[in-house]
Design a protein around this ligand. Structure first.
Ligand code: C2E
Ligand code: CA
Ligand code: CA
Length: 415
């Protein structure tokens, strides 16, 4: 049994709070195990290390019993813990291994249970997994992915692509979002959806973010020096960047190395980043804002979407998650949510951006609702820097209402 993201509690609330919580968790686990005790021939509860607990049980139907126990543990932990008048919610990832199928001695059983726990974590935490041999292969893959991320950074195998952002009223490109691409020499293209979470967990995310921020700033500077038009570039920050690192120093150094103005940099942050350790995050965002970067909240509507933090944090933009946009033309509920987010965002003085616009119908609805900007495959996915620049230059110069960007002339092929 491994508590989810417990390190963060220690990091943010201090070790005393952490220690007390571990004690309370132990008491609840003990309660769970004892309650099942009459059905289990023999059991043992131990603390393995930090936030890891081990439950040993002897039972004829061990698999089923482990599953039942895991469910009870989840229920037991679901009630908030209170610490210094604060309510804290903890969840756990649970993995099990069964003798003799998964190991014939303590050590191999423990190792297998460990692999099952890491699979439970990889699948979103707060869940239970029974060991299977296939897991071993996947766990090894994850581990090797972490190492390969390091190598790829050293060997320059990452690239930054740019997805244009359009003004909804006239379809002019007014910015771009930088999206990382990994072209692996043997595995081919690996999607960020697959490796960002590995990097977050494995601790390589700060190096990745640093690379992205520097690369984007260098690109802007290069465009500027070549006398090309420049628009603001948005960068995705991971929640981990706020908790482990100093994103302010990172952004400052990238801007000053490239000698560009902060006006060209905007930062996208997900709701989950805002939710954790809000005072620290607010302080960092205030500083980023002070430097001159624009701030947007990404994937809005998918997390807790607390309306309070739309006021609390110094945000400029709100990006409606593409899951709402994709259903906007076919599902009245999704359409109503989009309209409401747009109205609310605008009323709060935020620029509202829709992501994942793929069809004319979607765009028409968004325009009617007063959405300010959009991105999406309808006009362009993320493309290499040169192609993005070609798209930017092919549109009419500022103030010229003729020659709007025609969707069908934009080709994704650089030549
Ligand atoms: P995101 O920030 O929500 O980025 C938008 C994703 O939607 C991108 O996927 C983009 O290619 C995709 N997309 C854009 N238009 C459309 C559309 O019309 N339809 C559909 N179905 N998809 C569309 P991508 O590049 O695979 O990135 C996935 C996620 O990975 C991003 O989601 C972001 O959370 C993360 N990511 C990508 N690059 C970076 C990065 O440099 N740093 C960090 N921290 N995260 C990144
Ligand atoms: Ca984004
Ligand atoms: Ca997004």
């Amino acid at each position: 049994v491994d508590l989810d993201r417990f390190k963060r509690i220690n990091d943010t609330l201090g070790h005393t709070v952490g220690d007390n919580l571990i004690r309370s968790v132990a008491a609840r686990l003990s309660h769970c195990v004892h309650r099942r005790g009459d059905r289990i021939d023999e059991f043992e509860l131990a603390r393995l290390s930090g936030d890891e607990f081990l439950i040993f049980l002897r039972h004829r139907q061990a698999r089923r019993e482990a599953r039942v126990l895991a469910r009870e543990i989840a229920t037991e932990l679901a009630a908030p813990f209170s610490s210094d008048g604060q309510e804290l919610v903890l969840t756990a990832s649970v993995g099990a291994a069964v003798y003799p199928d998964h190991g014939r001695d303590g050590e191999s059983l423990l190792k297998a249970a460990d692999v099952a726990v890491s699979m439970a974590k990889a699948e979103g935490r707060r869940t239970f997994r029974l060991y299977s041999r296939k897991m071993n292969a996947r766990a090894m893959q994850r581990l090797s992915l972490e190492n390969e991320i390091r190598l790829a950074l050293e060997n320059d195998h990452f690239q930054l692509y740019y997805q244009p952002k359009y003004r909804a009223s006239d379809l002019k490109i007014i910015g771009a979002e930088a999206l990382i691409r990994w072209f692996h020499p043997t595995r081919g293209e690996i999607s960020p959806a697959n490796f960002i979470s590995v990097a977050e967990e494995g601790g390589q995310i700060s190096d990745l973010t640093r690379w992205v921020v520097h690369q984007a700033c260098r690109q802007v500077s290069q465009w500027q020096r070549s006398g090309l038009p420049v628009v603001p570039i948005a960068i995705n920050l991971s929640p981990e960047d706020f908790l482990r690192d100093d994103p302010v120093a990172m952004v400052r150094s990238a801007l000053s190395d490239a000698r560009i103005s902060a006006d060209y940099l905007s930062l996208e942050i997900t709701e989950s980043a805002l939710m954790r350790d809000t005072d620290r995050v607010k302080n960092l965002l205030d500083q980023l804002k002070q430097i001159g970067c624009a701030l947007s909240i990404d994937d809005f509507g998918t997390g807790y979407s607390s309306l309070a933090y739309l006021r609390k944090f110094p945000l400029d933009m709100l990006k409606i998650d593409r899951s709402f946009v994709s259903d906007i033309a076919t599902n009245e509920d999704a359409a109503a949510i989009c309209s409401a987010i747009i109205a609310m965002g605008r009323a709060l003085g935020l620029t509202v951006v829709a992501e994942g616009v793929e069809t004319d119908q979607q765009l028409t609805r968004l325009q009617a609702d007063g959405c300010d900007q959009f991105q999406g495959f309808m006009l362009s996915g993320a493309v290499p820097a040169e192609l993005f620049m070609a798209q930017l230059m092919s549109q009419s110069p500022e103030g010229d209402a003729e020659a709007p960007v025609a969707p069908n002339v934009i080709t994704l092929n650089p030549r």
